[in-house]
Design a protein around this ligand. Structure first.
Ligand code: BGC
Length: 762
């Protein structure tokens, strides 16, 4: 897959269209949307797809490079940490006979931006034909997946017509946004965030070649390069820029040296090697991460796009950061981390890229102190994770937002949306099931499980009816606040407590010394563990064995029913249609809630109650969140509602791929992207984790001739393929020891390198 990195190849996208998301034309009004969609990112750096050459200044958002973890508050009066954008390191200014070249739509005779998902790069090609010059412009940009500090940019001009004096200036732009300049040297800038004192350094090197000959730059200022030359038809100009970026988390540490030495290394190996290593890293990522669907090109594109951004969002080398709700693609939600990461993204990482999953879970371990403080501050024990988390783990949910009608709306999620704590534990447990990573369990996972189990055991209080209750919460359905006994929260809490007890038993039995140390450090004794058991046994879940239904929360069934079908075709969420007060008084659900529980814990739905609950709650869901389609898709696919599940996959894909969703200018909805992957793998392939292996229960949509995907499981790498016509399943154990796989209830022993083929659903 890796190709020789000569500029000709580098500047052209991969030939197979299924690997490329191409956008033609130049429409200033769509720019902000495309900038999010075509972002290049590597989990440390995220660079929005702002045009490099001759962009207009007025209608676009300023260019943005985001650096994971670079948080700062805006002011002591506004103490919510936000992700501070770094300088635009790709700025190129071109002057023709002294006048700036601004790409005017009328002068761009053709333009194509291609997100080359296979190579993790954005390439563009266009012809600009103005009064002075006609030129073919090609560009490439990437942030390296093999060395995440590095960014690279290539700009090529091929002169078609025009003999004119051209000046090209390369500099940095937009560094005043929340950053204080510490020093600007010839090739290095160092900044500090105003309040949190984090450091940011960018080191850069450039060169410009005219017909293959390097032209020496003028240096009119620090971090500023300038070249002037005369064009002639047929001339080829190539501009190359390498940068290295470093972040430091304390006031004392200087990131300058790290950036400088990273850049020196990149210069030494040269951009061709940087590009080749980057492409090789992408190739490795795709090896397990990719999904192939035959028979449905739209689903194929949606899956590639989702996986491209999922691979782009994570960084296995940094345990101090997690993935914000918009990844590093935009500023909405300020870079904050929600349950989106653990519930919507982690399944992908855990099953295809466990190193990334581990780092994300270690972030939760490193933020345990914040979670303990939050629990204690609200009068409970153990650890209660922040609904919105930034760098320290402290709660960062704003207290209020301004509503669409200009009114101030209080935000209660920071206090009440407590299910996040069980969601983190869920992801830890899934990771443990899928990897059996003992050092993670002993170093971090067990402590998270115990402290979250402890939280729920103090949070659920016994009452006169002999049941434990959790009152005053918000479930995933945020249309209903301050509710009691949310089924999702209570069942997840019970599950969390039970798994914490399992962890305690496991440690005690297998690693008694470790258990001694940990339990004494946490002051955890048998009396307390017994109290946990009592809570788990008596907590109210809202499940009625007579009807087979969970009540979403106490009193939900008595709320006003709304026929959502009557609102089909609406373009705004239901809470705007009905108004906030009425929404709270009616049964409209914002997003998968009981359905989310069904997707996460199907074993909590006995007999035919899975279908009963889905059939009951699905028509009541307004899908007011981009998270909703993903888990509806998973649940529907497992139930065999294949058409419906495909509809949800398409709906999830439309969030970021269609031009109808207004909010994508603020960044992509990474949870929706994770939901697309889940619908395919956990839904249509029916993959689930079992004690001794993996289980599959495939039910493909009618048009899908086959589905192929990769999985990692306990140090093994597998490729699985399901064929619709012949109703076959095929598994190859690419690496690792023999293992067992269950397909449609039948056991198969997989041996390394061997292909196992069997009939499904027979
Ligand atoms: C959803 C939450 C989600 C958040 C960030 C909200 O609109 O209701 O479930 O965590 O967005 O994506």
């Amino acid at each position: 897959m890796s190709r020789p990195a000569d500029p000709e190849c580098a500047l052209e996208p991969t030939v197979e269209p299924a690997w490329v998301l191409a956008v033609d034309g130049f429409d200033p009004l769509r720019e902000n949307v495309l900038e999010s969609r075509l972002t290049v990112s590597n989990g440390f750096l995220g660079v929005r797809a702002t045009r490099t050459v001759g962009r207009g200044e007025r209608w676009v958002l300023p260019p943005r490079t985001y650096v994971a973890g670079l948080f700062d508050i805006q002011s002591p009066e506004q103490p919510i940490p936000v992700l501070v954008p770094a300088a635009d390191w790709m700025k190129v200014r071109i002057l023709l006979s002294g006048r700036p070249l601004v790409r005017h739509p009328a002068e761009v005779s053709s333009y194509r931006a291609s997100l080359d998902m296979r190579r993790g790069a954005l390439v563009t090609k266009g012809w600009v034909r103005g009064p002075l010059l006609a030129v073919r412009v090609r560009t490439l940009r990437l942030v390296s997946l093999s060395d995440r500090a590095l960014g690279f940019q290539l700009v090529e001009f091929e002169i078609e017509e025009g003999q004119v004096e051209v000046t090209l200036e390369a500099s940095l732009e937009g560094t005043s946004l929340g950053l204080r300049l510490e020093r600007l040297e010839e090739n290095l800038g160092v900044w500090r965030t105003k309040y949190s004192g984090k450091g940011l350094a960018i080191a850069g090197a450039t060169s410009l070649l005219i017909d293959g000959q390097e032209l020496a730059p003028g240096r009119p200022g620090a971090f500023l390069w300038s070249w002037t030359w005369k064009t002639h038809p047929g001339q080829v100009m190539r501009f190359e820029r390498l940068v290295a970026v470093a972040r430091s988390d304390t006031k004392e540490s200087d990131p300058g040296e790290v950036a400088r030495s990273k850049l020196a290394h990149a210069q030494q190996i040269g951009w061709r090697a940087v590009l080749a290593e980057h492409e090789a890293a992408w190739s490795t990522g795709w090896q397990v991460g990719d999904i192939e669907v035959a028979g449905d090109p739209a689903a194929q594109q949606a899956l590639r796009f989702a996986i491209y951004h999922l691979i782009s969002a994570a960084n296995p080398n940094d345990e101090r950061v997690s993935i914000g709700a918009r990844g590093l693609t935009g500023s909405d939600y300020n870079g904050h981390v929600f349950w989106d990461t653990e519930i919507y993204l982690l399944p992908f990482y855990t099953l295809t890229w466990p190193e990334a999953a581990r780092a994300l879970l270690m972030y939760r371990f490193h933020t345990l102190a914040g979670a303990r403080a939050k629990a204690a501050g609200m009068g409970w024990r153990g650890a209660m994770y922040a609904w919105e988390s930034a760098d320290t783990g402290a709660e960062t949910t704003p207290d209020h937002v301004i509503g669409p009608d200009g009114r101030i709306i209080p935000v209660l999620c920071g206090k009440q949306e407590q299910h996040i704590t069980a969601d983190v534990a869920y992801a830890v447990w899934q990771y443990w099931q899928a990897t059996r990573d003992e050092s993670f369990l002993l170093e971090a996972g067990a402590e998270i499980m115990l402290e979250t189990g402890r939280f729920w055991s103090s949070r659920a209080q016994p009452e006169a009816d002999n049941h434990c209750h959790i009152r005053g919460v918000i479930g995933p359905d945020e249309y209903h606040e301050n509710i009691d006994d949310n089924a999702f929260t209570n069942v997840m809490a019970r599950w969390n407590i039970r798994r914490a007890l399992d962890v305690a038993a496991l440690l005690r039995g297998r690693w008694p010394e470790h258990w001694e140390n940990l339990s004494s450090r946490l002051q955890l004794d048998d009396t307390e563990l017994n109290q946990w058991r009592t809570v788990a046994e008596t907590i109210l879940t809202g499940f009625d064995p007579k009807t087979g239904l969970y009540e979403e929360f106490a009193g939900y069934f008595a709320l006003e029913p709304i026929n959502l079908a009557a609102y089909a075709g609406r373009t705004v969420p239901m809470d705007l249609v009905l108004g906030r007060e009425r929404t709270q008084r009616c049964q409209v659900v914002k997003q998968a809630d009981v359905v989310a529980l069904l997707a996460l814990l199907p074993e909590e739905f006995p007999g035919d109650s899975a279908a009963l609950n889905f059939d009951y709650y699905e028509p009541r869901c307004g899908h007011g969140s981009s998270l909703s389609p993903g888990l509806h898709g998973v649940a529907a696919a497992r139930l065999g509602y294949t058409k419906k599940a495909l509809y949800y996959l398409q709906r999830g894909a439309a969030v970021d791929l269609s031009d109808t969703h207004v909010t994508i200018a603020g960044g992509l909805h990474v949870a929706a992207l994770g939901g697309i992957w889940q619908t395919a793998v956990l839904g249509f392939a029916g993959l689930s984790l079992r004690e001794g292996g993996i289980s599959l229960d495939p039910k493909l949509p009618a048009d899908w001739r086959s589905l192929r995907f990769g999985v990692q499981w306990r140090n093994r790498r597998l490729t699985i393929r399901i064929e619709q016509d012949k109703q076959l399943f095929e598994a190859i154990l690419e690496a690792g020891d023999p293992m067992t796989i269950l397909a449609s209830g039948k056991r198969h022993e997989l041996r390394p390198g061997q292909r196992t083929v069997s009939r499904i659903n027979s």
